[in-house]
Design a protein around this ligand. Structure first.
Ligand code: CP
Ligand code: NVA
Length: 261
């Protein structure tokens, strides 16, 4: 497996690389200046050549379009290890974590950046599986029209319920999973100050958690910024499921590899 990383990664890289090895494969990781891609060789030429040597490609990319180009040119399965638009392996292992914890996948609330890649994949998975999700985000940071259209189309087929709120307290009322992600995703650093100010009311605090179900858990894909999107007392407290979530990325990666390869 070729593993291309255009952005940093701790969990996804190590879980995916370990999963490839655990299944008897050999991961070859490329970062920074490793490939001629970094000197301007076209993505399509890179994909076409890699496809001759490897059985699959995992890639974490700056622009989602790069994954599409790799997929079209390589002729081998391409797994998204995070793009600006989506983080599907995260959604896969997160839903597994919820099922493992509750015995079924309960109603979820996502609180924070409506344009977040982790949220886009979570919404996509919820829509495909006919689940329930509340999304609380400020009006300035809503999901894109494209994402909303796909979620709506899928939900019609599965009876999934994805509802949108501006008030985080309304969104978390009675849910069993409160999920958030960073306010400043990789590549959004120039918008950091604006995002921190708009998203301040969406911090996951103990007070917000008290409006969720009494057995509700806190989830976050990590890395997290304590004191921004989540209070330390929540992420480091008894309701936090974040370490199990990180652990399960290994099993999610194995499942995705077995399914695609
Ligand atoms: N959750 C996640 O994808 O973490 P990394 O950025 O460390 O891979
Ligand atoms: N939304 C975050 C997820 C990191 C795993 C980012 O893209 O930086």
């Amino acid at each position: 497996m070729a593993i291309l990383l255009e952005k940093p990664s701790t969990r996804t890289r190590v879980s995916f690389e370990s999963a490839v090895a655990a299944l008897g494969g050999h991961p070859i990781v490329f970062t920074g200046m490793d490939l001629q891609l970094s000197r301007g060789e076209p993505v399509e030429d890179t994909g076409r050549v890699l496809g001759k040597y490897v059985h699959g490609i995992g890639a974490r990319v700056l622009r989602h379009e790069t994954l599409i180009k790799l997929s079209r040119s390589s002729g081998v399965p391409v797994l998204n290890l995070l793009s600006d638009a989506e983080h599907p392996l995260q959604a896969l292992s997160d839903l597994f974590t919820m099922k493992e914890h509750f015995g079924r996948i309960p109603k979820i609330a996502f609180v924070g950046d409506g344009g977040d890649n982790v949220l886009a994949s979570l919404m996509g998975a919820v829509a495909k599986l006919g689940l329930e999700l509340n999304v609380a985000s400020p009006k300035e940071l809503k999901p894109s029209e494209d994402v909303l259209r796909k979620v709506e189309e899928e939900s019609e087929l599965t009876d999934a319920t994805v509802e949108f709120f501006e008030d985080p307290y309304q969104a978390v009322r009675g849910v069993k999973v409160v999920y958030t992600d960073v306010w400043v995703s990789m590549g959004k650093e120039s918008e950091a100050d604006r995002r921190r100010s708009i998203l301040r009311p969406y911090a996951v605090t103990n007070d917000l958690m008290s409006y969720a179900s009494s057995d509700a858990v806190f989830m976050h894909c990590l890395p997290a910024v304590r004191g921004e999107e989540v209070e330390s007392s929540v992420i480091d407290g008894p309701r936090s499921l974040v370490w199990t979530q990180a652990e399960n990325k290994f099993f999610g990666a194995m499942a995705a590899l077995v399914f695609t390869l």
